[in-house]
Design a protein around this ligand. Structure first.
Ligand SMILES: NC(=O)c1ccc[n+]([C@@H]2O[C@H](COP(=O)([O-])OP(=O)(O)OC[C@H]3O[C@@H](n4cnc5c(N)ncnc54)[C@H](O)[C@@H]3O)[C@@H](O)[C@H]2O)c1
Length: 369
């Protein structure tokens, strides 16, 4: 397989090399059909360039689907900087990366991902305006876990409607895995609605904080379980908000829930596990549909950060999920298959009206600079 076979689905792959700063990066633009490409920039000490290329190609393809689902007028991209985030970062390195971003003339917008933080992109923004997800004091939208958590809540409401005929969050039991930035907010909201919780979280502090919030809210119906036990609890909905690969042969066998709705990326160990959930009568809300609130917020920055607009846009997650559940049911396909089709339909519809030239130039939206 030659390099072009490997990148055949992608519009453009850029290798960035700056010997002065030590920058070695790859930018993979999967699709600009729906708009300029966007995706985070990951910094990781890949063992080989081939590993970095494989990762960036895989991640950028996923972003095209996620953007289509969230209706954000962006296409899919991802970039990787080859290096150790603890050792190899410097302001100059991110400025050099910013210059490569700028050289693409608005075909792609980037921001934080694993191994990079918003402050790194404060350096990059000195060279390019194509940076999103900046700190609030630099014109960014702020903490993206707020809209992400809200999206999870909309996801649970849509799922509850299908499973129990009512969107109400109360009078149900939820199993929350991970009480980090997203999981804590989701758990807090569920407590406010009068729900009962099982939670698991390695940080004793986060657990203590939630128990204390429960006291303040007046709902102390929280059972703390350790690690793997969360998969077997008798709850209505499992809410994974920690790590990927948690829906696999071992865990699904134990599950007693009616649905899975959470923010964690790549929850299914393999695509076939979505079918396994369906066979067990567990409704799976695809992760990349549910967790799009953060993406909605960072892409909305191009219109000038506005929290209320982001919250309004995030509500679309509810409608998208209902459509996906309906197609999954009527066509007897998994919800993952239905959501992939949902995205492909949107991309195909737009393809008809776009040309390479119109896709190449910067969109005429309001820019910060
Ligand atoms: N923050 C966002 O806007 C956003 C957007 C999209 C997707 N996500 C995804 O949602 C998930 C949660 O994001 P976050 O921002 O809350 O991350 P976070 O790092 O703030 O929280 C993750 C929490 O999970 C806990 N954890 C780790 N391993 C665990 C385990 N085995 N069992 C239980 N808990 C465990 C950690 O201690 C931590 O408290 C991640 O997978 C993230 O990629 C987040």
């Amino acid at each position: 397989m030659d390099l072009f076979d490997q990148i055949h689905e992608h519009e453009q792959v850029v290798f960035c090399n700056d010997p002065d700063t030590g920058l070695k990066a790859i930018i993979a633009i999967h699709s600009t059909v729906l708009g300029p490409a966007t995706g985070g920039c990951r910094m990781y000490p890949y063992a080989t360039v081939e590993d970095a290329l494989e990762d960036v190609l895989r991640l950028s393809r996923g972003m095209t689907y996620k953007c289509a689902a969230a209706d954000v007028d962006f296409g899919g991209e991802k970039s990787v900087i080859i290096g150790d985030p603890k050792r190899d970062k410097s302001p100059e390195l991110f400025r050099a990366f910013g210059r490569f971003v700028e050289s693409l003339n608005g075909r792609f917008y980037t921001g934080t991902d694993m191994g990079t933080i918003a402050e790194d992109f404060v350096h990059a923004m000195k060279e390019t305006s194509c940076v999103i997800g900046l700190p609030e004091e630099y014109g960014g939208g702020g903490d993206s876990s707020i809209p992400t958590a809200l999206g999870v809540i909309y996801g649970i409401q849509a799922t509850n409607l299908i499973v129990s005929g009512c969107i109400s969050l109360s009078d149900k039991t939820y199993a929350v895995q991970g009480l980090g930035k997203v999981g804590f907010k989701v758990a807090e909201r569920l407590l406010q609605e009068g729900a009962s919780l099982y939670v698991t979280e390695p940080s004793d502090q986060a657990v203590a904080d939630l128990l204390q919030r429960g006291e303040v809210i007046g709902n102390t119906s929280i059972k703390v379980v350790s690690g793997e036990d969360i998969y077997g609890v008798a709850a209505d909905v499992f809410i994974p908000c920690a790590i990927g690969g948690v829906l696999n042969d071992e865990t699904i066998g134990n599950m007693k829930v009616k649905a899975v709705v959470g923010s964690a990326n790549n929850q299914l160990k393999e695509d076939r596990h979505c079918i396994k959930l369906k066979e067990k009568g567990i409704l799976y809300a695809p992760d990349y549909i549910v967790n799009a609130g953060g993406l909605i917020q960072v892409t909305d920055e191009l219109y000038g950060a506005n929290k209320q607009r982001v919250m309004n846009k995030t509500k679309a997650i509810y409608d998208s999920l209902l459509e996906i559940f309906e197609v999954s049911e009527s066509e007897s396909i998994s919800t993952l298959e239905a959501s992939n089709r949902f995205c492909e339909k949107k991309i195909e519809a737009r393809k008809a009206g776009s040309s390479f030239f119109s896709r190449y130039t910067r969109p005429k939206w309001k820019f910060r600079h």
